[in-house]
Structures are given as C-alpha cells and as structure tokens.
Design a protein around this ligand. Sequence first.
Ligand SMILES: Nc1ncnc2c1ncn2[C@@H]1O[C@H](COP(=O)(O)OP(=O)(O)OP(=O)(O)O)[C@@H](O)[C@H]1O
Ligand SMILES: [Mg+2]
Length: 330
Amino acid sequence: MEPAVLRIKNLKTQFHTSEGVVQAVDGVDLTVRPGTVLGIVGESGSGKTVTALSVMRLIPQPPGRIVSGEVLFDGADLLTLKEDDMRKVRGKRIAMIFQEPMTSLNPVFTIGNQISEMLRLHLKMSRKKAWDRTIELLKWVGIPSAEQRVKDYPHQLSGGQRQRVMIAMAISCNPEIVFADEPTTALDVTIQAQILVLLEELRKRLGMSMVLISHDLGVIAEVAHEVAIMYAGRIVEEAGTEELFAHPLHPYTQGLLASIPSFDPAGARRERLQAIPGTVPNLMEPIPGCRFAPRCGAAIEHCRREEPPLKEVRPGHRVRCWVAFGEKAP
Ligand SMILES: Nc1ncnc2c1ncn2[C@@H]1O[C@H](COP(=O)(O)OP(=O)(O)OP(=O)(O)O)[C@@H](O)[C@H]1O
Ligand SMILES: [Mg+2]
C-alpha cells in the first residue's frame, strides 16, 4: 500500500433534521500522502466541510451522526478514539483553518492569548516561552509589528490579517496535517493569492500535508498534488492534478473546469464562463442512478437507472461515470 498520513475509508455522515435525514457525506474514501496537498473541490453543499469536520470529530451531535467509516491516523481510528485522546490529536497533530476566521477566533481574548494558550495546552510551554513563540509565529505569517499586534483583539485586525492569525494558530504545534477549508474565500483577490502563497511556503517549511478545500478548481490547480472532486456527498473523480486537468473525465469536472475564467481558451472574458446548469440534489431523497445525471448533458439511460462505481480508468485516475467507462447510448 502507498504511504499515507491519513486514510479515510467509507465515511458516512448524516444529519437528522425535522424534515428528514440528510446524507451529507455518503461513503467517501480519501488518502492524504506525506508532504503533499490534497485538493477537495465541489459546489456548495457537496459535503466538503462535513468531511473535514468528521475527521476532526467536530460534527455537532445531534443533529449530526457519523454512521460508518474509519479515519486512520498513526495506527489508530480517530472515529473510535476516546474524546481525551482525540483532544491530543485535534489542533496539535491535525489542525483546521476555517473559512470565516471571525467564527473561530474568540472575540473576547487577544490573539496573543489565544495562540499562546494552544502552545501551553498542547506543548506544555511556560507562559513566557509560549508568548515569545507566539510573536515568532505572527512574524512567520507576515503580521507587521508582531510585538504590538500580539495584544490586539480579533476585531482590530483586517480580514486578511485575521486569516494569517488563524494560520499561525493552526501551525503553532507543528501539525502533521492541516485542513484548510476555503481559507481565502472571504478575502479579496490579491489577498487570496498572498494567503495561498503563505500557506504553501509554511507547508513546505514544516513538511506538513494539507487538505485544501475549495469550490474553485483554479485555486486547487495552483497548489494541490492530487484532486478529489465531490458531488452530492460522493467522490466522483480523483487523480493527480496534472492528469485531472489534462484529462478531465467526469462531465461534472469538465463543467467545473469550463467555469474557471483563466481556463477560457479565448482568454477574453473575466467572468465565469459557464456555470453548470441546475442545482445539487436534495440529499434527503434517495437518488436513483448517478447523482449528477439530472444535470448532465452526456447522460444515457444507464446513468438514470444505476449508479456507477468509482473505477480506475487510467493509471491513478478514478472516475464514477458510465459514459467515461466507454458506454454509449444504444
Ligand atoms: N448542522 C447541520 N444540520 C443539517 N444539515 C447540515 C448541517 N451541516 C451541514 N449540513 C448539510 O450537509 C450537506 C453538506 O454540507 P457541507 O457544509 O459539507 O457542504 P460544503 O461542500 O462544505 O459546501 P460549501 O461550499 O457551501 O461550504 C449540505 O446539504 C448541508 O445542508
Ligand atoms: Mg463548506
């Protein structure tokens, strides 16, 4: 078996709501390799965040429930660890950067307090050592005048700086893996690029693996070594980044690619070229056949009747599509 720092097997996470059961993540397998970036891409509601939160065991229960699966990390299944043992992994060995830093930074404590608290808790540093290390981390992530800013409260920082603080907090304990969930979506375009470059620099410097979640394949193309495309709680395509961009096989992936402005062959238009028509299906209803078939221009009769398996069709390239397997309308 190829080396992995994290292996997710057959993960299924549901939400039990008054309207019914939402199958948010439905049988996902993913492998994170040492020192690499795995990109997870999909439209809103495809299950990206729920996948990351399930790994971290941060799904609110109820209404959420992880109904099956394994998350293998350093010889243990995180899903069966005692909460005490999980706390030694979460934030320390596997960290997470959220989309909106305001929701994960505590407004009533200074940023210095919040970062140094992590260091004291997880690495058992003294107060003084943790404070010095916090300033050093703030410098690493490019906060100017770190000695002064360390005493700021989150609301005193700009959006970009808050995201830098979140990154400092995430890497503070030298984690083996960082989950970055849309780490730049809330920021404007130039800041987005800076944050991505920073994340990538730190990742290399610290030898971490990263799971980068985004709805934007353009962002993923920049940094990911491997890409998994999610649709309606399932992985529908998976390959090395170059392979995926050179030979996108799933019509959904092709649609996502066509909607990246920079991939517009004419290069003339800056807005999204072609959003995929239709919406993600209701995850409470059983879906016959391929989940993408109702929106798929290439769908044949088989697609509406039976769901395709995720199958390797080129070396290291898996796809879940009857048409990509070579079937044609009769
Ligand atoms: N607490 C919750 N209660 C009920 N349903 C939930 C809850 N959290 C998530 N879901 C549902 O789970 C599904 C997957 O959500 P998830 O947040 O993982 O999507 P996502 O791919 O991260 O989307 P986005 O790009 O918008 O962040 C959605 O249908 C969502 O409505
Ligand atoms: Mg999300």
